[in-house]
Design a protein around this ligand. Structure first.
Ligand SMILES: O=C(O)c1ccc[n+]([C@@H]2O[C@H](COP(=O)([O-])O)[C@@H](O)[C@H]2O)c1
Ligand SMILES: Cc1cc2nc[nH]c2cc1C
Length: 368
């Protein structure tokens, strides 16, 4: 499945992009006045292969949840049980992501790829098993997909976080869930993540794929104090020294120093790109996974939209490498998909312009 997905990812459609640029030039606004939204609309036309591209009014957030053996190194102030407890909170509709998803009219799907504790929740599913997408009269009903691969990764400072097979399975869970959401009608996919300690593997992935020093890739995550922050950098450095991951072998990098949700998010991004649907990236975990996706398939970057700039310094390193400019920059560092959800109206607005704004000719507005 991974190889077929990579093979299905191609470049942007140049003729649709040319048509979108020409249409932008005829709309009733000074040329360039919509700034980054104009180039975004052109790119989404190229992704869809049509001008205008479809308005992505059915949005789906996928929150990939997993635990991390490296938590044993005391890199997070939070107990590991919080991962499963927050999954229960997502399913009950009580987390920030739920509030933002209700506001945006987006569906929420939680995919357990390796939460260590038994989840204190029963499986729940929307009426059609695919969640309730935008346009439904009721707020979205969050649903759980249970595909645990192992009960958290191994401690990457001691051994590889996962086997290559486990990493591949996680990537393929991500691909499959992207496909299911697109089949259910989603026109845009949003990344979400939950996993206590997951900013540590995110930092290791960013250092491995970009070559920056561990100190540049590592941040304070949920908020560690100064001594713990210095220790966290050393943990990332030790893992990289132990495994010397090869950035040309993304599956090997994910297996050595990644996380189950990072690998699944890699697949989710690849799956979106293969279906030519935009994927709105959330924070540092998503952009670390996006680096892996770009290593598997460089053209997948064309489907990526950076929702926001996480406060984690590694996120900026990763976005720079990917050549992506984040749509919003509010100092968020929550994860869950919250930054992507806040950026969603910016993306839909960019496309809606191509559908709804009058041309100088049609509106009888004089040109300069
Ligand atoms: O999205 C981000 O950029 C982000 C930045 C810092 C923390 N987080 C979230 O906080 C958790 C990981 O933080 P930590 O300190 O335990 O590594 C995990 O559940 C992430 O979703 C997320
Ligand atoms: C409470 C809490 C909520 C979160 N949401 C995403 N990561 C999180 C980490 C914590 C600790």
């Amino acid at each position: 499945m991974l190889e077929n997905t990579i093979a299905a990812i191609g470049p942007l459609d140049e003729s649709a992009m040319t048509a979108a640029r020409q249409l932008q030039a005829r709309l009733t606004k000074p040329a360039g006045s919509l700034g980054a939204l104009e180039e975004l609309s052109v790119r989404l036309a190229g992704l869809a292969g049509s001008c205008p591209p479809p308005v992505p009014d059915r949005a789906a957030v996928a929150i990939f949840a997993g635990d991390h053996g490296v938590h044993a190194q005391r890199v997070s102030p939070w107990p590991q049980e919080v991962t499963g407890q927050m999954v229960a909170n997502f399913l009950a509709g009580g987390a920030v992501v739920n509030a933002f998803a209700r506001q945006a009219g987006a569906s929420v799907t939680v995919i357990d790829v390796g939460v260590a504790a038994p989840l204190p929740v029963a499986d729940v599913a929307g009426p059609d098993g695919a969640g309730t997408l935008h346009g439904a009269p009721e707020p979205a009903v969050p649903r759980l997909v249970s595909t645990p691969i192992r009960a958290g990764t191994r401690d990457m400072t001691v051994t590889a976080a996962m086997t290559r097979q486990e990493a591949r399975t996680a990537v393929e869970v991500g691909i499959a869930n992207a496909g299911k959401l697109v089949d259910a009608g989603a026109g845009i996919l949003l990344t979400g993540d939950m996993g206590i300690a997951n900013t540590t593997p995110a930092a290791a992935l960013i250092a491995a794929f970009t070559g920056v020093d561990a100190a540049e890739a590592t941040g304070r995550g949920t908020g560690v104090d100064d001594p713990t922050y210095q220790h966290k950098i050393e943990v990332v450095r030790a893992a990289l020294r132990r495994h010397t991951p090869d950035p040309a072998d993304p599956l090997g990098v994910l297996a050595a120093v990644g996380g189950l949700e990072h690998a699944a998010l890699t697949g989710f991004v690849l799956g979106a790109a293969a279906r030519r649907v935009p994927v709105l990236l959330d924070g540092v975990i998503a952009v670390s996974a996006a680096l892996a996706a770009a290593a598997f398939a460089p053209d997948s970057v064309a489907a990526m939209v950076a929702g926001h700039r996480s406060a984690e310094p590694g996120a900026t390193v990763a976005l720079r490498r990917l050549g992506l400019t984040p749509l919003i920059d509010l100092g968020l560092r929550l994860g869950e998909g919250t930054g992507a959800l806040l950026a969603l109206p910016v993306v839909t607005g960019a496309v809606r312009v191509l559908h709804e704004v009058a041309t100088f000719d049609s509106a009888g507005v004089a040109e300069k």
